[in-house]
Design a binder for this molecule. Structure first.
Ligand SMILES: Nc1ncnc2c1ncn2[C@@H]1O[C@H](COP(=O)(O)OP(=O)(O)OP(=O)(O)O)[C@@H](O)[C@H]1O
Length: 266
């Protein structure tokens, strides 16, 4: 297999209002990899993703996509290469599913162009991929939170991005949708960088995990190498026993959490 670094982050710093939010972050993401970003509240996950999708600017060459500094890529070209799915995507609730998914075509089209039949077929395919074919003419306001999130993933798929960035895309979804959405994204063989709060879901879905703590990258490796009792204690401040997932004991750690001892109370 020939892999190359699609995304390279080198010594990234981010200061927001005199606060050092990210400090010396370095990692790379190979084509086809699915990387999970973990860390406690305030660790810097959203800030890191915002630097990468250029909502925040970064120093020259700190972030490179396909070898080019992202600061030098034209907005339209960047929008073609990267798709972003956020937890709460700001969108007009009166738009229909088809309308929103078709927005994913825009970065690849000239202003005067109308979507041709190939583009329309692509929209239909993405809607089918996320299982919303029967609801495509409904307005967003008529869909559940999980269905709305699937619409945003379909929009990102239509874009055919080189890199898909997701910031806690599943955190307000029920467990079935969380699993379904992540498996859907996995099945599409995209290159993905996604933040998670659910450690077990991240461990089962991701090829590699990055862990942030107070703006620093404190771990980077396979789920099995990263998810350890000592890391969870140091970074997340929780007491755990890490075992193996019955479905894939070789590669997927499974975290068991310990709670306050209630044996003394009656
Ligand atoms: N616009 C801002 N100005 C100043 N500080 C900010 C700003 N946005 C975020 N921060 C601070 O930067 C730090 C990192 O925040 P960030 O949102 O990146 O963390 P996170 O890991 O995504 O957290 P969470 O899990 O709670 O979403 C936090 O301490 C936060 O208070």
């Amino acid at each position: 297999m020939s892999h190359h670094s699609l995304l390279t982050v080198e010594q990234l710093q981010c200061r927001l209002q005199e606060r050092q939010v990210l400090d010396g972050i370095s990692f790379s993401l190979q084509q086809g990899e699915f990387i999970g970003l973990l860390g406690p509240n305030g660790a810097g996950k959203s800030s890191l993703l915002r630097c990468i999708y250029r909502y925040y600017s970064s120093a020259e060459n700190a972030i490179r996509l396909d070898g080019r500094c992202i600061q030098s890529i034209a907005p339209r070209a960047l929008a073609q290469d990267m798709a972003v799915v956020l937890q709460q995507a700001p969108s007009d609730m009166s738009l229909t599913v088809v309308d929103v998914v078709a927005l994913g075509l825009l970065p690849g089209m000239a202003l005067w162009q109308r979507p041709d039949s190939e583009a329309q077929a692509r929209v239909q395919q993405a809607i089918a991929d996320v299982g919303l074919a029967a609801q495509q003419h409904k307005q967003l306001a008529q869909l559940s939170g999980g269905e709305q999130q699937r619409v945003h993933i379909a929009r990102a798929l239509v874009q055919r991005p080189k890199l898909l960035i997701m910031d806690e895309p599943t955190s307000h979804l029920d467990i079935k949708y969380q699993i379904e959405l992540m498996e859907l994204v996995r099945s599409l063989n995209l290159t993905v960088l996604a933040s998670f709060h659910d450690l077990n879901l991240a461990a089962a879905m991701c090829d590699k995990l990055l862990v942030l703590d107070s703006g620093k990258l404190v771990a980077n490796g396979t789920p099995k190498a990263v998810i350890t009792e000592s890391l969870l204690s140091e970074v997340f401040g929780v007491c755990t026993q890490v075992g193996a997932h019955p479905q894939n004991p070789e590669h997927w750690p499974l975290v068991h959490y310990f709670y306050a001892d209630r044996s003394q109370t009656s």
